[in-house]
Design a protein around this ligand. Structure first.
Ligand code: AMP
Ligand code: MN
Ligand code: MN
Ligand code: MN
Length: 301
C-alpha cells in the first residue's frame, strides 16, 4: 500500500504533554481475536496512516503483541506499541468490556485470568454451537472454530459464518436473530457467558502494572441511570479511565463522557476499536483528546 498523505486521511494531531504531537489510537483488534488483519498487517496500516502510538487490545488475549512488536523492529517502523487487552466482564446481567493498557503481558495473574477467560469462551462456543445446531445449522461450531484458528473465539466468528452461509443477511442480523442478548433472556442461541467481574479485571490489570479503561461506555444500551451506576461501580473498583472518544461518538456524547471523568476523577482514553477496514471506521480516524481531559497516558510518564 502506498504511503497515504495526511490529506488522504483526516487525522488530528493531539497536543498533550508526554505524547505531544502524536497520533494515538488506544483500541484495536487483530485476527488473534475477531479483527480482520494479522498483527503485521495492522501495524502496516497504522504506519501508513502515520499513527505514532497504537494499542492492540484483542479480546481476552495478548497473542498479537509479540508478533506485532517483532514486525515493528524487523521493519524499523516508527511506532510505539502499547501492550493491551480487552477483557470481557459480567456486571448486573450486562457484558462490560474493560481494556487494559500498558500491561506486562508476562504477569502471572494476567496469564491465569486469560486462561480462565479462554476456557469460558470455549465453553460458551460449544453451547452456542449446540443451540445453533438445533436451529438447523449443524456445522457452525466447526466452521467458527476453524475461522478463529488458534485465536480467541468470539461471537463475531459465529456471526460471520452465519452470514457467509446465507442464514442471515448481515452480521448484525446474526446477533439480532440468534446470538445476541436483547431483553432478559437473549435470542435462541444466546448463551450466558461466564466472564470475570469488573473488580477482578481491574485488579489483574493493576497487578500487571497497567491502566484499566472502561471500553465504549456508550455502547451498552444503558439508560442514563444505569450508565452512572456502572461508572460509579467501575470507579469504586479502582478503575482508571473511561473511553471518552470513539470515532462514532458525536460531540455531545464526548462532552458527557468527559463530564463523568471529571465527576469521578477518572482519566480519559480514546481509540477506534478498529476490527477491519470499513466505510465508517478506521484506525486513528476522528480521534482527538478533548480539552480539559486528563489523558490516560499521563499515568505512564
Ligand atoms: P464476544 O466477545 O465473543 O461476545 O463477541 C462480541 C464481538 O462481536 C464484539 O467485540 C464485536 O466486535 C462483535 N459484534 C458485532 N456486532 C455485535 C452486536 N450487535 N452485539 C455484540 N457484539 C457484536
Ligand atoms: Mn470485537
Ligand atoms: Mn468491546
Ligand atoms: Mn474492542
Amino acid at each position: 500500500m502506498a504511503l497515504l498523505s495526511t490529506t488522504d486521511f483526516p487525522h488530528q494531531i493531539v497536543e498533550t504533554e508526554g505524547f505531544a504531537h502524536k497520533r494515538i489510537d488506544l483500541h484495536s483488534h487483530t485476527n488473534c481475536s475477531d479483527g480482520g488483519l494479522s498483527p503485521q498487517a495492522l501495524i502496516d496500516r497504522a504506519a501508513n496512516y502515520q499513527i505514532n502510538v497504537l494499542a492492540i487490545t484483542d479480546h481476552d488475549t495478548t497473542a498479537a503483541l509479540d508478533i506485532a512488536q517483532k514486525h515493528i523492529e524487523d521493519k524499523n517502523i516508527p511506532l510505539t506499541l502499547i501492550d493491551g487487552i480487552e477483557i470481557s466482564t459480567a456486571w448486573q446481567g450486562f457484558e462490560i468490556h474493560i481494556v487494559g493498557l500498558n500491561i506486562d503481558k508476562e504477569n502471572a495473574q494476567l496469564k491465569s485470568l486469560i486462561a480462565e477467560q479462554q476456557s469460558a469462551r470455549e465453553q460458551r462456543a460449544i453451547t452456542m454451537g449446540e443451540k445453533l445446531a438445533k436451529c438447523g445449522f449443524t456445522t457452525i461450531y466447526d466452521d467458527a472454530k476453524q475461522l478463529a484458528g488458534t485465536g480467541s473465539i468470539t461471537r463475531a466468528h459465529f456471526a460471520k459464518i452465519l452470514h457467509q452461509q446465507g442464514h442471515v443477511s448481515t452480521m448484525q442480523q446474526a446477533f439480532d436473530k440468534y446470538i445476541g442478548k436483547k431483553g432478559s433472556k437473549g435470542q435462541r442461541a444466546y448463551v450466558k457467558p461466564n466472564w470475570c467481574s469488573i473488580e477482578e479485571a481491574v485488579e489483574v490489570i493493576h497487578q500487571a502494572g497497567g491502566s484499566a479503561v472502561m471500553a465504549h461506555p456508550i455502547r451498552y444500551d444503558l439508560s442514563a441511570k444505569w450508565l452512572r451506576r456502572l461508572i460509579v461501580n467501575f470507579s469504586e473498583a479502582d478503575g482508571d479511565a473511561l473511553e471518552v472518544v470513539l470515532p462514532q461518538m458525536n460531540n455531545e456524547q464526548r462532552a458527557k463522557m468527559l463530564g463523568y471523568c471529571q465527576e469521578y476523577n477518572l482519566f480519559a482514553s480514546m481509540g477506534s476499536d478498529f476490527h477491519y477496514p470499513s466505510r465508517w471506521s478506521d484506525l486513528g480516524r476522528n480521534l482527538t483528546m478533548p480539552v480539559g481531559a486528563r489523558p490516560v497516558w499521563a499515568q505512564w510518564q
